[in-house]
Design a protein around this ligand. Structure first.
Ligand SMILES: Cc1cc2nc3c(=O)[nH]c(=O)nc-3n(C[C@H](O)[C@H](O)[C@H](O)COP(=O)(O)OP(=O)(O)OC[C@H]3O[C@@H](n4cnc5c(N)ncnc54)[C@H](O)[C@@H]3O)c2cc1C
Length: 245
């Protein structure tokens, strides 16, 4: 089969592949494998033309009757979905942290531009409607940062505890909900911050030379990969219902 849209597929020497190895329904029939790029039957598609994030290429990985020995399995048979979920917690937190970083950069650029761009006899930063946009962006970026930091600290503590010994953590003692919430909120937040940045820059926000236009395109992807916003909403709702609040 084909896995579409793999970042850096053209550079990778090894792929982490989740494949169905059993008839059990849902995630239980899935195992994880480390698959070297040079196994027979693996080809990489042409890089796609993308809206943004052009520093990284994305391409299909095609598997055509590729034999994968059991020795390349990660963990036990049927554990693939569980492994993927653990990786996703960290991946979502990572994307959320990147969103916070880009938002902070955008806000700094907005402050610098608004402090020097003069309209109606004063820097636009002194116009209250510009200040309102700055205030909204700053508030949302701070909220996202707090959510990311708190969830990351909790994940560190859980990982440390897991490294100390076996024992299943009690229900709710994980960061599945919080990681999804951080990714959902931070990726939507940076979209709004980028949109306001274009507005604060005015015409310059739409022109490539000023850099805001690129970030506006780049951040759009954060709401799509590592699970779309809708998938995060489903996870957040499912976990909230499971936890009873
Ligand atoms: C540039 C780029 C890089 C990528 N890099 C990687 C990578 O390195 N590795 C990797 O594995 N993947 C990668 N992806 C894939 C990416 O994770 C998926 O594109 C993304 O998860 C969405 O899946 P999809 O494209 O199949 O959209 P679909 O699943 O078809 O979704 C289409 C729409 O339907 C909505 N939807 C889907 N299911 C539901 C539902 N149950 N309820 C409500 N709404 C729903 C979605 O939210 C979305 O709005 C990349 C994608 C891009 C564009």
């Amino acid at each position: 089969g084909t896995k579409r849209f793999i970042t850096n597929a053209d550079k990778a020497h090894v792929f982490t592949v989740m494949a169905r190895t059993g008839d059990e329904p849902g995630g239980r029939g899935v195992s994880a494998f480390l698959v070297p790029r040079d196994l027979p039957g693996i080809t990489i598609g042409e890089p796609e033309k993308k809206m943004g994030q052009k520093g990284a290429r994305v391409a299909d990985v095609v598997f055509d009757d590729t034999p994968v020995p059991a020795a390349l399995r990660l963990g036990a048979e049927g554990q693939g979905f569980k492994i993927a979920m653990q990786v996703l917690d960290r991946g979502r937190l990572h994307i959320a942290a990147v969103c916070v970083g880009v938002a902070e950069r955008l806000i700094a650029d907005c402050v610098a531009y608004a402090s020097t761009r003069m309209q109606f006899g004063k820097p636009i930063a002194e116009h209250q409607l510009i200040q309102a946009m700055l205030a909204d962006s700053k508030t949302e970026a701070l909220a996202a940062r707090a959510l990311v930091m708190e969830t990351a600290a909790r994940k560190d503590a859980l990982d440390e505890r897991a490294a100390c010994g076996p024992g299943r953590p009690p229900l709710g003692d994980n960061v599945v909900l919080e990681s999804a919430a951080a990714k959902y909120y931070a990726s939507e937040m940076v979209g709004r911050v980028a949109d306001r940045a274009v507005q604060i820059f005015g015409g310059a926000g739409y022109i490539a030379d000023y850099g805001i236009e690129r970030l506006y395109r780049d951040v759009r992807l954060f709401r799509i990969y590592e699970g779309t916003s809708q998938i995060q909403q489903l996870i957040i709702a499912r976990e909230t219902l499971k936890r009873g609040g």
